[in-house]
Design a protein around this ligand. Sequence first.
Ligand SMILES: Cc1cc2nc3c(=O)[nH]c(=O)nc-3n(C[C@H](O)[C@H](O)[C@H](O)COP(=O)(O)OP(=O)(O)OC[C@H]3O[C@@H](n4cnc5c(N)ncnc54)[C@H](O)[C@@H]3O)c2cc1C
Length: 91
Amino acid sequence: MLLVGDAAGYIDALTGEGVFLALAGAEALVRNVRRGTPGRYETDWNRATRRHRFLTQLLVRARQQPALGSRITPAAARLPHLFAAAVNVLE
Ligand SMILES: Cc1cc2nc3c(=O)[nH]c(=O)nc-3n(C[C@H](O)[C@H](O)[C@H](O)COP(=O)(O)OP(=O)(O)OC[C@H]3O[C@@H](n4cnc5c(N)ncnc54)[C@H](O)[C@@H]3O)c2cc1C
């Protein structure tokens, strides 16, 4: 059984990630099924989603730190260009 999109699981979707990840996963799934290598799907999914998972995990971990968590939203409000750049990296 190969799961794709939201069903394949994710850390915590941020703006614009869900559809991209679903399509990237679907492409990897179809490619591997056609090639007869379904066992490689998970490796390809990991590769296709690595950057998103890394950045989102970083944000989630920062949010969980008492000293950092409460500063993220005010920092994003003070530095909208930086926040927009971070979100754009994930789209
Ligand atoms: C409020 C909200 C806003 C969002 N905004 C964005 C955004 O701006 N940009 C972005 O990229 N992503 C956004 N997302 C995330 C995005 O919608 C999902 O990541 C994306 O739709 C995942 O696609 P999917 O095909 O995996 O799942 P889905 O689109 O959820 O499709 C799953 C389908 O399976 C069907 N289904 C479920 N169970 C069964 C069953 N047992 N039998 C048959 N069919 C079944 C469902 O009815 C559904 O049609 C948002 C999500 C939400 C909830």
